[in-house]
Design a protein around this ligand. Structure first.
Ligand code: MN
Length: 233
């Protein structure tokens, strides 16, 4: 009598699961995510050349350097990116900087969308921003001013802080508000990259102009989804 299909599957699946568990730690832990749109889709706010370099070279380097650091024993293999970020202060700087770089850029690409597809923010988020800042325009001005005021390289964020309030904050280098070492911890809803590599080819030293133009490619639908998820926690 032939074994049934389900009997065959039951006999094979546990072995496959074990084999996969054993193989995983030897594989490259982290890989560069594809952009969710074409490299030229955010032009002229962000040029195709800037996107290609920023994603293909800079973000790739954070991924490669993170894998190298893990290979060198700076962090155990197989730890999820979110956990490396949350415990960044317990690892050597190579993990803090490159896990942060990988997380921040992955978040950044998802924060944006081509101008003709980017949706408006939800009524809930609009109400919260208006209550906190007076208007969307006033919020955007405050966010830009905070970004301009960040000395050197870093990020500017809109977060939900520990008191469930909206707050604008900045982090140096590739730190972010999810890290244990963050001065102002919280859940990021929105983040803009203040490194010169994010804007220099188009805007040169004009960071204020880049920050002002960036709103044209922010995907408020995605930001609104993050807000709803953060408030539901
Ligand atoms: Mn960057």
């Amino acid at each position: 009598m032939k074994p049934t299909l389900s009997a065959v599957l039951l006999s094979v699946l546990p072995l496959a699961a074990v084999a996969q568990t054993e193989i995983a730690p030897t594989e490259a832990a982290f890989t560069l995510p594809d952009l969710p749109y074409a490299a030229d889709a955010l032009a002229p706010v962000i040029s195709a050349e800037t996107m290609a370099l920023h994603h293909g070279k800079h973000h790739q380097a954070y991924v490669d350097n993170l894998n190298t650091a893990i290979g060198a024993g700076d962090a155990p293999a197989g730890v999820p990116l979110e956990d490396l970020v949350a415990n960044a202060g317990t690892y050597p700087d190579a993990v803090r900087n490159n896990a942060g770089g990988h997380w921040n850029h992955s978040f950044f690409w998802e924060t944006m969308a081509p101008a003709d597809t980017a949706a408006e923010m939800s009524a809930d988020l609009m109400q919260a921003i208006t209550a906190r800042y007076g208007s969307q325009e006033a919020f955007q001005t405050a966010f830009q001013d905070t970004g301009v005021g960040r000395f050197g390289s870093g990020w500017v964020w809109l977060i939900i802080n520990d008191q469930d309030q909206l707050q604008i904050t900045t982090t140096p280098n590739q730190d972010n508000p999810l890290m244990d070492i963050a001065e102002t911890p919280g859940t990021p809803l929105l983040g803009n990259d203040l490194w010169e590599h994010a804007y220099y080819l188009t805007y040169n030293n004009r960071r204020p102009e880049y920050l002002a133009n960036w709103w044209g490619v922010v995907d408020w639908a995605e930001v609104s989804d993050r807000y709803a998820a953060a408030m539901a926690d």
